[in-house]
Design a protein around this ligand. Structure first.
Ligand code: ADP
Length: 261
């Protein structure tokens, strides 16, 4: 596994830095966009400057989308963990992916019966799956198969002994596999690093797997990447099993002073 406790620390520091910069950039881009949109209707419909303005607007919008991603990575908003039924979320996810990834990629779901509820932020689970699926798409330009698998997993003391950062216990595993290009060891070793990307400028931010890593760690889970050049890649996410009767409310109890009576 490429992930270490040092990665987590570095990620936190980068997150704080990134959040501040992204926030300021977002404000500046809003100024640029607002003024461009004020100028645009003042131009003659036939003006050659319209094309220029539209390109500038496109660039500013793209910049805004990127800073949104950076802000999500720095995650100002706290997670909202609650018991979630992953089996219920997968069919919608698969349909979204079938529409998004294109006909050259086959999307399969392998769901175990009697899946435990997982304790996690459902929105973050979806965005993690989307991130992994987009990486899988980029790894399969000629097409291929994307498989999302869900299964109950017990990570025992043996497994924990081999992975320093793992707490033994019950987990719901979500695995995203592709039949794409895979990664050489030197890339695999760096995939969780924020801003590490092998993609062309404008195509990759290097934040996808850093976000997945940050979210899973914050959820008390575990993430592992397996990859073989020319064969494909599998990313496994382990989310803690939700314990019956323990709700999000029990995790964030209301202060006694705030209770009536
Ligand atoms: P980005 O996708 O923006 O580059 P990520 O953090 O998601 O950022 O990924 C970092 C790098 O890890 C990618 O640039 C790519 O080299 C490699 N990578 C991630 N997922 C895969 C995959 N499924 N197959 C092959 N390489 C991958």
């Amino acid at each position: 596994s490429a992930a270490t406790a040092r990665d987590a620390q570095r990620m936190q520091a980068m997150g704080q830095l990134t959040g501040g910069i992204a926030h300021d950039f977002n404000n500046l881009l809003a100024v640029i966009l607002g003024n461009l949109e004020l100028i645009r209707p003042k131009l003659d419909p036939g003006s050659p400057l319209l094309v220029r303005i539209d390109r500038a607007i496109w660039g500013a919008r793209r910049g805004a989308a990127l800073t949104q991603q950076l802000l999500a990575f720095a995650r100002k908003q706290p997670l909202a963990p609650a018991p979630i039924n992953v089996s219920a979320l997968l069919p919608d996810m698969a349909n979204l992916l079938r529409r998004t990834l294109g006909a050259h990629i086959e999307v399969r779901v392998v769901d175990a019966a009697g899946l435990w509820p997982a304790m996690a932020d459902a929105t973050q689970v979806e965005s993690a799956l989307l991130n992994l699926a987009l990486n899988a798409r980029d790894a399969m330009p000629e097409g291929g198969r994307l498989t999302i698998e869900a299964a109950n997993k017990v990570l025992d003391a043996d497994y924990a002994a081999r992975h320093a950062e793992v707490t033994p216990g019950d987990y719901v595993m979500l695995a995203v596999s592709d039949t794409g290009c895979g990664m050489p060891p030197e890339v695999l070793a760096r995939v969780f690093e924020p801003f590490f990307t092998t993609k062309e400028p404008g195509k990759g931010t290097g934040l996808g797997l850093a976000m997945v890593f940050g979210f899973v760690k914050q959820s008390g889970g575990h993430v592992k990447v397996y990859s073989e050049p020319g064969e494909g890649t599998t990313v496994r996410i382990y989310l803690p099993r939700a314990i019956a009767g323990l709700t999000a409310g029990a995790l964030h109890p209301v202060a006694p002073a705030a209770l009536p009576g």
